[in-house]
Structure formats: C-alpha cells, structure tokens
Design a protein around this ligand. Structure first.
Ligand code: 3ON
Ligand code: FE
Length: 491
C-alpha cells in the first residue's frame, strides 16, 4: 500500500521529530470550504458528519501552554453528501476562551500545568477551573455537545458550530457538575426494549470518590441516574459498558493537592502513579435497582482508554490500552522535547474477570505501541471480532502514532495502513457501510497530519481491506493540531 503521505523521507528513521512537533503548532483560524483536493473518490453512500475535538491553540498570545491537554477546544466538522465533503472548524466559545482572546494573554491556570504569567503570587490559591471543552464531541438528543471531563458540556449549533453556551442537559446537571468526555452508545439496551441509549458518567474525586452514572434516551431524556461511593482517590478518564454493567478502572494513583494549592503545579501534575499498587476494576450494575457493586483487583499499570467489554457466562472480558507506568507531567519540561524511547508504550490487554471466584486474568493482545481503539458501534458491550487502533509504524519502540492497525481478535491476524514517515494519525472512527452485515464492513476515517506539507488530510480507509490503498485522501488547506476524540453522526 502506498499513498502520497507515506512516500519515504530522506532519513532512515521512521519519522522526524521536527516534523512531528509542527503538528502541535496552534491553528487560530476558522475555516469553511468545500474540500476539493482529493485523491481517490469519496463513496457516494458515505452520508453524514464526522465531528472531531481537540486542542486548537497551543499558545495564548504567543505564550506556550504547558501541555496539549490544556489547549482550547476546537471542533472540526466534515460533512459528506453525494460524494462531496465540506469542512468547517470553530473554537468552542467558552467563557475563558473569550476572555483570554480578548486579553491576549493567559488568565487561567490549566489542569496540566499551564500557569498564569507573573509567577508565584499570581498563581497561589487560584483554584478557578478553565472549562476548555477540548476532549470529546457527540450529537445526542438533538444536541451537539463538546465535552471536557472536569466540567459541564458546551452546546454547539451542528450546522454552523456556533457555541450556544453551557448545557445542563435539561436540568440533569447543576452548575459546576462534571460530565465525562467518554460517553458510549449502547446500540440495544436490554432495559429499554432494545432501544439505543447514551451512557456516561462523572467522577467527584476526593478521599473517597463518587461515581455517578447517567443513561439518556435517544430524545435526550434522562432514563437512569445513580451514584456510588468508592474508597480512595480516582482519576478515571474513560469507562466501558456491557448490557448489565458500567465498568471503571480505578488506576493506582494518589493525589497530593499541595503543589496545586500553592500555585506550583496543575492539579493533573499532582496525580502520582503508584506502580506497586493494584488497579481496582469496579463493576456497577446499570440497572439502578441493583446496588451491588463488584470490585476486582488486578495489576494493570495505567489505563486511559478502553476498547470494549462483553459478558460471557461467568465472565466479563475487558479490552483496554494499558501503560506499565504513567510518567508525571513535570513543571519545567516541554512536551515537544519528549524523548519517546524511554517511555512505556500503550499496549492492548484483555482482562478476564471471573464473576464466581473473583479472579482476574490478563493477557496482552497487542504489544505494539497503540492508542485510540475503536470498533463497529453495533458491537459496543458485545463480543466482537475486529478492533482498529492508532499505532506506531514499527513494532519495537514507543513512538508517535503513524499507522492504523486492524486486529482480528478471532485469528490474531493484523493488518496495517501506515502513513510513516511523514504522516501522523489520530483516533480512527468506524462508519458502517449501509445495508451490510459484516462486522468490518465500514469506512475508517482518520485525520492525518502530513509533516511534509504541514497540513492535515482526512483519510478514508476500507475497514475490510485496511492494508489496501486508501479509498480517498481529502487534503485540507491547512493543518489541524493533533486532536483527541470524535464521533460520527448519520444526519
Ligand atoms: O483531582 C482531579 C485530577 C484531575 C487530573 C481533578 C480533575 C478532575 C480536575 C482532574 C482533571 C482531569 C482532566 C481534565 C483530564 C483531561 C484529559 C484529557 C484532556 C485528555 C486525555 C487524553 C489521553 C490520552 C491517552 C491521549 C493520547 C494522545 C496521543 C497518543 C497523542 O496524540
Ligand atoms: Fe480520551
């Protein structure tokens, strides 16, 4: 498989760190145009919109932010109709974004270490949170919502991407309530006669942590909400569901808030990984009438993202990306100067919980550095065969994601579509082909930063024949900084 992005560079290494870094240049501009520079052809049956979220600004008024997770959320929308594609991007007009753009300087501390200019006295005891709306985006119940796990969602107009304001989900949330950036759609909920529902959570961390689970009907109405208290501090970015359970990995971390309170570090930099401690896997029944939480203990490292989970007779299987260790974000470091080699890669593991004897077995399914797992949305919470991930171009090292990997979990075969050495991929999104039964019959959409051209390209790959030529490459006129999560909307 070749494409115009993966043409060999002059160097022998799989990528150039200088090219990789430029993918973190800010993109302050907002665009609207039909994409016309296309290789291949957009399938005419591909109809709907891909929404993506991620940090759009990596500096404010020329001052670099400390970590990409502190960057202001920018939404991109790719709308497909009749073989044509229209692109639009807008910043989420959060209160803090508007204030900082007006002031031309950093006014808020960030969770991941961004400090206000002016040193200690400007930062000490300033605990205001900047809701940056930069992590996820989902269309549900007639609303387009930009999500950030430590605060409320923002609602946007799905056509224009204008920000309509903070959204309390028709009174389900109170001012200040968090709402995770990782909702799942259960394609067929057993409690709702097989109707789909949206499941999400929020965590209120503390000496003990409260997890609140929410389930919403397709019209946006709240179906179920219940809260549970678990011992200890938790930093839980993602979760996973099965028909019966919502499953949380309570990573082995502790939290020392003092450097945060004293203005020395962001709250996220005070989370310390405790490699000697186990992870607690917490099963909360989705049915609010059943309050029996089950907890399992397993050695897992640190988990941000889950791929999927499913129930077997007496077992639950959970597939997740785990890191052996989680390096702490350091106050005086520059994320662009990262040395990838000594860091532990994310790897795909399967955890099998035995519901009868409480034991957990774990098995590595993929050792190659990978992140952002995705699959056919009809398989959420169900036994499944195909998984797609962003992955390093070669099998050995920790490295930026430059390829999309397809794993066949039945045969253990893999297929790879690489954009190395010049391309850097983002999260793949699976879009089912209409009227098809095969699990892998779909398109894989991924945004690729092209280091040669300093622009981004939306790649449409064939889910069945991933390693074959791309179905289409849609070249944008500019770059989009490396993003976080997106979703597909059929409308
Ligand atoms: O005490 C709590 C500690 C804490 C860390 C308080 C808290 C709730 C405010 C908090 C905040 C957490 C937040 C805001 C987390 C945000 C996470 C985020 C924006 C992104 C996470 C991304 C994870 C991964 C694995 C990204 C991978 C990226 C690549 C492979 C490169 O493109
Ligand atoms: Fe995430």
């Amino acid at each position: 498989m070749t494409n115009t992005i993966n043409q060999p560079a002059d160097s022998q290494t799989s990528y150039s760190i200088a090219e990789w870094k430029r993918g973190y240049d800010s993109q302050p501009n907002e665009y609207e145009y039909e994409i016309t520079e296309i290789e291949g052809a957009i399938p005419t049956e591909l109809s709907g919109t891909l929404f993506r979220n991620g940090p759009g600004l990596l500096d404010i008024g020329g001052s670099a932010i400390h970590h990409p997770f502190d960057g202001d959320g920018m939404i991109s929308a790719f709308s497909f109709q009749d073989g044509k594609a229209f692109y639009r991007n807008r910043f989420v007009q959060t209160e803090a974004y508007l204030q900082e753009q007006e002031a031309g300087k950093i006014l808020y501390r960030g969770v991941f270490g961004t400090q206000k200019p002016g040193g200690f006295f400007k930062n000490v005891f300033d605990l205001k949170l900047k809701n940056i709306a930069n992590t996820g985006v989902i269309y549900w119940g007639g609303k387009l919502l930009a999500l950030w796990e430590a605060a409320e969602p923002h609602r946007l107009d799905p056509e224009t991407l204008d920000t309509l304001g903070i959204d309390y989900l028709d009174g389900v949330l109170q001012p200040g309530d968090a709402f995770s950036a990782h909702p799942w759609v259960d394609p067929s909920c057993v409690m709702d006669d097989g109707a789909p529902c949206l499941v999400n959570f929020r965590v209120d961390p503390g000496l003990s942590s409260k997890i609140t689970l929410f389930e919403f009907a397709p019209d946006g109405k709240l179906l179920r909400r219940h809260s549970h208290s678990i011992p200890g501090f938790s930093f839980i970015h993602d979760f996973i569901i099965t028909p019966q359970y919502a499953i949380f990995f309570q990573n082995p971390v502790n939290f020392n808030p003092l450097p945060f309170l004293f203005g020395m570090r962001g709250a996220g930099e005070c989370v310390q990984f405790q490699p000697e401690k186990p992870t607690n896997v917490i099963l909360i029944p989705r049915d609010s009438n059943n309050r029996e939480i089950k907890t399992f203990s397993v050695e897992s490292g640190f988990v941000f993202h889950h791929a999927n989970a499913f129930e077997r007779e007496k077992e639950i299987c959970i597939d997740s990306i785990a890191y052996q260790t989680l390096p702490q974000v350091q106050p005086n470091s520059d994320y662009k100067e990262v040395d990838f080699d000594p860091l532990d890669p994310g790897q795909l593991w399967r955890f099998t919980l035995n519901l009868e004897d409480g034991r957990v077995e774990r098995e590595m399914l993929e050792g190659r550095c990978c992140e952002f797992p995705t699959h056919n949305p009809n398989k959420v919470g169900r036994d499944y065969r195909y998984l797609y991930l962003g992955a390093a171009a070669d099998t050995q090292s920790n490295a930026p994601l430059q390829a999309i990997l397809k794993l066949d979990l039945e045969t253990n075969e893999g297929q790879i579509h690489s954009f190395a050495p010049r391309g850097f991929v983002s999260e793949p999104i699976f879009v089912s082909k209409p009227n098809s039964e095969r699990e892998d019959s779909g398109w894989i959409l991924t945004l690729v930063y092209d280091g040669k051209e300093h622009r981004s390209t939306l790649a449409i790959l064939d889910g069945e024949n991933l390693a074959g030529d791309a179905v289409a490459l849609l070249h944008l006129k500019h770059h989009i900084p490396y993003g976080l999560h997106g979703s597909w909307c059929d409308e």
